[in-house]
Design a protein around this ligand. Structure first.
Ligand code: C5P
Length: 240
């Protein structure tokens, strides 16, 4: 895969106008964008269309977590929007994930397009072992992440979101064909290592070396004075 196609830029902005300004600045340099619940709640499918109009692909990061039939409906709707990738919470269970996967295939089949990649969120990066324990989950956090990733793989999903902490273990456990999408990317050079609220970070090159298929980068690009050259720098790192 070309290094450029490994980068997914998070459009974590509050309005369609701001998203469009960024898309214009990044056009041709960035081929994949993530739309999360903030932008999608504000602007809906118009945000997806704004990305697609510029020839780029959408990862719809809405982390569906509901009963199987509701998730199936949401996945079918996202597939009709033509998104490239979407996600569900693995903790919704095996049946929900199987149903989500099937809904994507069926909706794509009906409109004669390729289905989106359906991936799973394992444990939110904002949770630590104590927070997980408070939810009634005992044992090491890494084991729970691995168990949920395996469940997702058995349910037929295409991959998982994994923090830099987990990428290498999941790559070893899930094999080469499973997509691993890794956020928490920060610059390799000391001056660039602005961490924001990321508890653990890796450089783009470090994440790829650990086994990430795709890297998700938000603030280091969208908050940079020159987002286009920030993206180019990260792509160069990803390729090196
Ligand atoms: O930190 P950055 O702005 O690069 O975050 C990009 C994306 O990574 C966010 O949209 C969020 O989904 C994810 N993220 C995460 N854990 C964090 C911070 C961000 O998974 N602690």
């Amino acid at each position: 895969m070309a290094p450029r196609d490994r980068l997914i830029v998070a459009l974590d902005v509050p309005s369609l106008a701001e998203a469009e300004r960024l898309l214009d600045r990044l056009e041709g340099q960035v081929t994949h964008f993530k739309i999360g619940s903030q932008l999608f709640t504000a602007s809906g499918p118009a945000a997806v269309l704004a990305v697609q109009k510029r020839g780029a692909e959408v990862f719809l990061d809405l982390k569906f977590h509901d009963i199987p039939s509701t998730v199936a409906g949401a996945v079918a709707a996202a597939t009709r929007l033509g998104v490239w990738m979407l996600n569900v919470h693995a903790s919704g269970g095996a049946e929900m994930m199987r149903t989500a996967h099937r809904a994507a295939l069926e909706a794509a089949d009906r409109q004669n397009t390729s289905p989106p990649l359906v991936i799973a969120v394992t444990v939110l990066t904002s949770l630590d072992e104590a927070a997980l324990g408070a939810l009634g989950v005992r044992g090491p956090l890494a084991d729970h992440v691995e168990a949920l990733a395996s469940l997702a793989q058995q349910a037929g999903l295409d991959g998982v979101v994994a923090s830099p902490r987990e990428t290498a273990r999941l790559r070893a456990r899930c094999g080469r064909a499973f997509a691993i999408v890794t956020p928490g990317i920060r610059g390799a050079e000391p001056g660039q290592a602005k961490r924001d609220d990321q508890a653990r970070t890796l450089s783009a090159a470090g994440a790829i070396a650990a086994g990430a298929t795709y890297i998700v980068v938000g603030r280091p690009i969208i908050g940079a004075p020159d987002p286009r050259s920030a993206a180019a720098r990260i792509v160069a790192e990803a390729g090196g």
